[in-house]
Design a protein around this ligand. Structure first.
Ligand code: SF4
Ligand code: SF4
Length: 284
């Protein structure tokens, strides 16, 4: 079972939920759950766990490498590239690696078979364990603009455990789609404010309407706003899996890197119940 944790908006408590789900799942089974931090621009789930990293490798995008001895400067490669990542100027072929999405189209259309591929390193994936939870994260190198290939590498390498929890990046753009698209269920974390509701609707549109993945909602910081989020969930037929109250103790603990379930163990039942509800939904 692969459960992704997402939120239309940053700062809603998505990482707190992901780490708590992994800790609760570790209590349920002798097989360690896998927590994957796919928020590769700011991977911080591991900060709440004492991870001993045992593996890691660079990853990136396969970009074209042109053999100028074969090239006739016909320009077909530049014509086919919708990203303008390759250009032919006189007797030069320029490759703009940071624009290249690694689609391979230029190599396919080259009539001289002059285009090979090399890896343009854009990030790193690494994995380890804290003893009860297996953990892996992707890290996008500073200055790089494309998180998706790093997320894709992370998922390709580390999906496979019976229970996987994915911490995705906030928002509704390509990195989120990549992170959640192989999931059985998505938990959307929001807060009961107009901003929270606005961004929740955007996330529901992507996850439920477009990707067709079942989803439920956790309302974090319950009590700070109004009940419009709950009304929306009823209308949209989205289960509210849990409401976590606004509690200053939680903020203080998290600021010190203490996971919610370690500092306030009474929340363990909340997350065990969420896992049971999600499992039931996935098994339907
Ligand atoms: S398509 Fe091939 S032969 Fe034509 S310009 Fe590009 S690399 Fe050279
Ligand atoms: S691999 Fe795709 S994105 Fe990259 S230069 Fe070739 S056509 Fe453009």
């Amino acid at each position: 079972m692969v459960i992704a944790v997402a939120s239309g908006k940053g700062g809603t408590g998505k990482t707190t939920v992901a780490v708590s789900l992994a800790m609760a799942a570790a209590d349920l089974s002798s097989e360690k759950p896998m927590l994957l931090d796919c928020d590769v621009e700011e991977p911080n789930s591991g900060l709440f766990l004492d991870i001993d990293y045992s593996s890691g490798r660079d990853t990136g995008v396969l970009v074209p490498e042109v053999d100028l001895d074969k090239c006739t400067y016909c320009g077909r490669c530049a014509e086919v590239c919708v990203w303008n990542a390759i250009a032919v100027a006189g007797d030069k072929v320029l490759v703009f690696r940071d624009l290249c999405h690694g689609c391979g189209s230029c190599g396919l259309v080259c009539p001289e078979n002059a285009i090979g591929e090399i890896t343009h390193v854009t990030g790193r994936i690494e994995g380890g364990t804290d003893g009860s939870i297996n953990f892996a994260r992707g890290i996008l190198n500073i200055g790089q603009a494309m998180p998706v290939p790093v997320i894709s590498s992370l998922l390709n390498e580390y999906l496979g455990s019976s229970t996987v929890i994915i911490d995705s990046s906030p928002g509704t753009s390509c990195p989120v789609v990549e992170a959640v698209s192989r999931s059985d269920y998505v938990i959307l974390v929001t807060e009961p404010t107009p901003f929270g509701l606005h961004d929740l609707k955007a996330a529901v549109d992507v996850v439920v309407n477009q990707l067709k993945i079942s989803a439920g909602v956790i309302i974090n910081r319950d009590g700070i706003g109004n009940n419009d989020v709950e009304k929306y969930c009823q209308t949209a037929n989205l289960p509210v899996l849990a409401k976590i109250p606004m509690d200053r103790r939680i903020a203080e603990m998290l600021s010190e890197g203490i996971p919610l379930l370690s500092g306030l163990p009474e929340y363990k039942k909340v997350f065990l119940d969420i896992l049971a509800a999600v499992r039931e939904e996935v098994m339907k």
